[in-house]
Every structure is written in structure tokens, then in C-alpha cells.
Design a protein around this ligand. Structure first.
Ligand code: EPU
Length: 340
């Protein structure tokens, strides 16, 4: 079938810029193309990997199966009133282009999520978040198709079971659904979220007195550009690890040993520890391993500094986990989807 290509290099399809091949590759541009693909023997007989922007993906070797690139595009206003607008966005839309689309129309809610790499469909998978806002805050529902059943299913917010960089699609429904579109509720009467300290500081530096969503977006873009490597210049997948959650008892014990410990109190009484700070304290910032490295400006990010392999990044992550555990007795968890 014409949709399917063989032996495709996946380097352009993962922001780590890792060279790996897949046996079969299909780029789908509509729901119909996906339903057509499902009928093929290649689809039926092979393990499948769905990619969007490939920005949360670490390929540790060639993929023995079918890679499906979701390139379904389109943004549509579903309904609106004086306060809100419901927007349905196809999964293959580039996230930041969607954010800019919203800002251009004065639709508020996603400005703090500016410049997050990847596609819209990947957003709910791990409930993307930054600067005090998470995708779940503006999420209404998503449309999906079962990878095995080919059945359509609508998921509301509760059914997605969103958590910190978590959803049902990373857990019990991992590799079970193709996300077709996501519906968001955006506000025409913005309540800006500048509680995240760095945003206010940046707005001040920009000499903005009365910010709107455009200015908040610009502040976020400035902060991200100052810390996070541009994947088109140096391969990476954003934060490689999650910020670990610990009990107040553990946090207080750590705080008494490490005065500068950076942590955020959570509603459930626990604390979220800044993993980047711990990695830096463990002496790992800038550490290199066979072309993979801990980013010099943000230790939570691992980078493909010099043509490394996926397994080099994975090994580096093991070293980081070990060093942090030795120093703090806290075990870091990966955020990135590691594909063998
Ligand atoms: N820090 C250090 N050294 C470092 C890195 C961080 O000391 O090398 C300290 C910072 O000074 C700061 C604290 O750790 O006091 C937190 O750092 P930062 O504000 O950069 O945020 P983060 O907790 O490291 C999280 C998200 C990012 C998101 C930012 C802003 C996770 C896993 N990461 O990072 O998300 O942009 O907050 O909200 O929750 C991503 O998921 O890919 C991502 C980039």
C-alpha cells in the first residue's frame, strides 16, 4: 500500500536527533488514512509506535515494526459565548503554532505553555505543563481511535486521569489509542497566571507594566530560550526526568542536610523536589557520556551533544539516577518515553 514506506531513518522524527531505522513507516494525514492503514497486513502483523513531534521520545535502537506519524491537521472553533470558546484541534498540529493561533485571537489559557515542542496530540499523553499551568487546566475532551479495535472513543477529563506528566495513555491505555483531536476551553476574559516567579521577573525585565497574554507568552519564550536547548540546534527531549514527589518528613530531613534544597509544597502535603537542582548538586551538570550530556544550563535536560546513540542517553540517565540516589537517597524517574 502506498502509505507505507520501508526502512525509514527516524532521525527527522525524534527531537533527540537519534539515528535509528524502522522496518515500516506511514505518515497519516487524516482519520480516513488511519482507518485505511489499519486494513493493511503490515499494520496487522507488526508492533506499532505512534509519533507526533517526537519530542518526548528516546529511541534506543532500530524499531522493529511500524512507525505511524500522526500528521492530521486542522483547528476549528466548536462553540463560543461571551466568556469562553471551545476549540477542536487535530492531533498533528504543532503545539506552539496552536498557542500562537490562540494568542492572535486573544483566546487565553495556553500562553504559559508557549514554545513547548511537539504536537497537540502528545499534549494529553503526558499532560504537558510549564510555568504554573498544565494542559488539563484547559482540556475538555479528546477523540481517539482504538489501535486494535478501530473503535472511536471520546475521553473526557476524568477519563484521562491526568496527573503530573501523567495520563491514562501512559499507563493502562499505553499504546492502545491514536489521538485524533483534542478540544480545549479557552477564555475570552483572561486571568493571567504569572504566579511562577520567573515570569514576573521577566515581565519586569521586559518593562511590561500591564501584561496581556501576548506579553506572558513572550516572557515564557524568553525564559525557555535562556535555559532550554533548541532541539534544532542540539537534540533533546526537554526535561528527561520528573521532579520527584516526597513526603514532608523526607523533605524536612533533606532540607536540614541541604539548606539550598529547592522544593514546592503540594496540596496533598507532600513536596515536589527540583530534580535539576539535585542533579547539579550531585556534580552532574555538563557531564558527558559518549556524546550524550547533561545540559549545562538546565540539568534536568539531557542532550545529544555529539552524534550519540539512544543507548548512550539511556546509560547517561542511569548514571544520573545513581549519582542523585547516592547523594540524596531519592530515585529519579524518567519522563521521556524510552522505546527499545
Ligand atoms: N535548578 C538548578 N539547576 C539546574 C536546573 C534547575 O538549580 O540545573 C533549579 C532552578 O534554579 C529552580 C529549580 O531548580 O530553582 C526549578 O528549575 P526550573 O524552573 O528550570 O524548572 P524545573 O522544575 O527544572 C519544570 C518542568 C519544565 C518546565 C519548568 C517551568 C518538569 C519535569 N519540568 O522544570 O518542563 O518548563 O518546570 O515550569 O516538571 C519539560 O517537561 O520538558 C519541561 C521543560
Amino acid at each position: 500500500m502506498s502509505l507505507i514506506k520501508e526502512k525509514v531513518d527516524l532521525k527527522p522524527y525524534n527531537t533527540f536527533g537519534i539515528e535509528a531505522r524502522c522496518d515500516f513507516f506511514a505518515e497519516i494525514r487524516s482519520e480516513e488514512e488511519f482507518l485505511e492503514l489499519i486494513q493493511s497486513t503490515v499494520y496487522k502483523n507488526n508492533k506499532k509506535l505512534i509519533v507526533g513531534g517526537g519530542s518526548n521520545l528516546l529511541l534506543t535502537g532500530d524499531f522493529k515494526g511500524l512507525v505511524i506519524k500522526n500528521s492530521i491537521r486542522g483547528i476549528k472553533i466548536v462553540s463560543e459565548d461571551e466568556e469562553n470558546v471551545l476549540v477542536k484541534v487535530a492531533a498533528g498540529e504543532v503545539w506552539h503554532e496552536f498557542v500562537q493561533w490562540c494568542i492572535g485571537r486573544e483566546f487565553a489559557g495556553v500562553e504559559n505553555l508557549s514554545l513547548i515542542p511537539g504536537c497537540v496530540g502528545a499534549g494529553p499523553m503526558q499532560n504537558i505543563g510549564a510555568y504554573g499551568v498544565e494542559l488539563k487546566d484547559v482540556f475538555v475532551s479528546l477523540d481517539a481511535i482504538g489501535i486494535y479495535s478501530a473503535e472511536r472513543r471520546l475521553f473526557n477529563r476524568e477519563e484521562c486521569k491526568f496527573g503530573y506528566r501523567e495520563s491514562v495513555f501512559k499507563n493502562e491505555f499505553k499504546d492502545q489509542f491514536l489521538i485524533v483531536s483534542v478540544t480545549f476551553r479557552l477564555s475570552k476574559k483572561p486571568i493571567l497566571n504569572t504566579s511562577y516567579g520567573a515570569i514576573n521577573a521577566e515581565l519586569q525585565a521586559m518593562k511590561i507594566v500591564r501584561p496581556g497574554i501576548k506579553e506572558v507568552s513572550e516572557a515564557v519564550i524568553n525564559i525557555r530560550r535562556s535555559k532550554l536547548p533548541d532541539p534544532s540546534l542540539m537534540g533533546n527531549a526537554g526535561s528527561f526526568f520528573k521532579n520527584p514527589e516526597v513526603t514532608a518528613v523526607t523533605y524536612n530531613k533533606l532540607k536540614s542536610s541541604y539548606e539550598g534544597m529547592v522544593a514546592y509544597p503540594l496540596a496533598n502535603g507532600n513536596f515536589k523536589l527540583a530534580a535539576g537542582w539535585m542533579i547539579e548538586q550531585a556534580g552532574m551538570k555538563g557531564f558527558e557520556w559518549h556524546g550524550a550530556a547533561v545540559h549545562v544550563k538546565q540539568a534536568l535536560v539531557l542532550v545529544n551533544k555529539n552524534n550519540c546513540k539512544g543507548k548512550d542517553v539511556l546509560e547517561l540517565s542511569e548514571i544520573v539516577i545513581k549519582k542523585v540516589f547516592e547523594k540524596f537517597e531519592v530515585r529519579l524517574e524518567r519522563e521521556v518515553n524510552v522505546v527499545a
